[in-house]
Design a protein around this ligand. Structure first.
Ligand code: NAD
Length: 359
């Protein structure tokens, strides 16, 4: 391992009272944005990512290049690798861990269930084992998911609502993550904050998500498949713009370890907290498509089909009052504006000019 010097440099703090943060999943969508935001305000940041091929790894490499141009270094490794994760903590006394590495996506679990167990359960436990032994122990903020609400029909979703009806293996592993982190908080006094993200979208986003793949297909003149619920009810999502989620992550990091706040119960010495990070403005999928058509200036070819029951839930809708109260979380970007920014990024990243590909 020859990365120690780069890791130390990347972890240097450039503001008083700053933190040194290990960001897992730093080459991912949310992780790359959070890493950049932390670095820009003067915190020390080191990334860890295994660059897996769940989606186009060249996009992860491009995010890595962007981060490196801002002096954020990403170690290539797996959160399941005890040696690498321990070595990182031997090299830097991280004050915080922003844990975003995971196997995301709902449908991929139908063919690749063990990938969820590997990253979202075994990898999480491995990371917690290292954190538990670290001196000082870092405060951990990690990504759970709105999917834990599953088939809950109460709207909007509040943190204390039932989460015992997961609709996918992905949701079940996130729910398991909440139980596992709670246990480590209880037994080992680790400070834990879980953030339930609601359909995050924006520039540098994930190609497996609907808004992204719809954009690709619309531009290529290919049909898109829109799922509907029973009785032709449209699916709706509480789409949340990446910059709002980043602000929520930084707010959660800044307030972590200090007090339990209202988002949590106090068990032993350290806080355990869970917060929704959503937008509180659910939008139906056909409305999303309409906005994309407008920004792309192309009509979509739509196939409407009934949801095949493979893990999707009919709707999501966040109540965000706890995050607002405890760390001032206040999303400001509506879907129109956020998708405009996404489309602008997409066209430039994939080399389009006036809606036409540039050779
Ligand atoms: P992403 O797939 O873009 O990022 C995850 C990153 O983690 C990837 O770069 C991947 O290579 C890395 N990774 C995966 N398994 C790993 C492992 N075992 N070891 C090291 N690195 C590994 O996904 P994202 O959208 O940025 O999501 C970030 C987190 O937020 C995830 O935990 C995800 O489950 C959660 N989340 C995301 C959304 C969303 O809408 N984007 C919604 C709810 C929850």
């Amino acid at each position: 391992i020859q990365w120690e010097k780069q890791v130390r440099t990347s972890a240097q703090i450039h503001r008083s009272g700053g933190m040194s943060v290990l960001v897992t999943g730093a080459a991912g969508f949310v992780g790359s944005h959070v890493s950049l935001a932390l670095k820009k305000r003067g915190d020390g940041v080191v990334g860890l990512d295994n660059f897996n091929n769940y989606y186009d790894p060249s996009l992860k490499r491009a995010r890595k290049n962007l981060l490196e141009s801002h002096d954020v270094f990403i170690v290539e490794g797996d959160i399941n690798d005890f040696k690498i994760v321990s070595k990182l903590f031997d090299t830097v006394a991280f004050t915080h861990v922003m844990h975003l590495a995971a196997q995301a996506g709902v449908r991929y679990a139908l063919e690749n269930p063990m990938s969820y167990v590997h990253s979202n359960i075994a990898g999480l436990v491995n990371l917690l084992e290292v954190c538990k032994a670290a001196n000082p122990q870092p405060s951990i903020v990690w990504a759970s998911s709105s999917s834990v609400y599953g088939l809950n029909e109460k709207s909007p979703f509040s943190e204390l609502d039932r989460t015992d009806q997961p609709a996918s293996l992905y949701a079940a592993t996130k729910k398991a993550g909440e139980e596992i982190t709670h246990t480590y908080n209880h037994i080992y006094g680790l400070s834990i904050t879980g953030l339930r993200f609601f359909t995050v979208y924006g520039p540098w986003g994930r190609p497996d998500m609907a808004y992204f793949s719809f954009t690709r297909n619309i531009l290529q003149g290919k049909p898109i498949t829109i799922y509907r619920g029973k009785n032709k009810v449209d699916l709706a999502r509480d789409f949340t713009y990446i910059d709002d989620v980043v602000k929520g992550c930084l707010g959660a990091l800044d307030s972590s370890g200090k007090s339990t706040g209202s988002g949590g119960k106090k068990r032993g010495a350290a806080p355990y907290r869970i917060y929704n990070l959503g937008n509180t403005q659910p939008v139906t999928v056909p409305t999303l498509v309409g906005i994309l058509e407008k920004h792309l200036k192309v009509k979509a070819k739509k196939n409407m089909i009934e949801m095949p029951g493979n893990g999707d839930v009919p709707f999501t809708h966040a109540n965000i009052s706890l995050a607002r109260k405890d760390f001032g979380y206040k999303p400001t970007t509506d879907l129109q504006t956020g998708l405009k920014k996404f489309v602008r990024w997409y066209l430039s990243y994939y080399g389009y000019n006036n809606g036409k590909p540039v050779n």
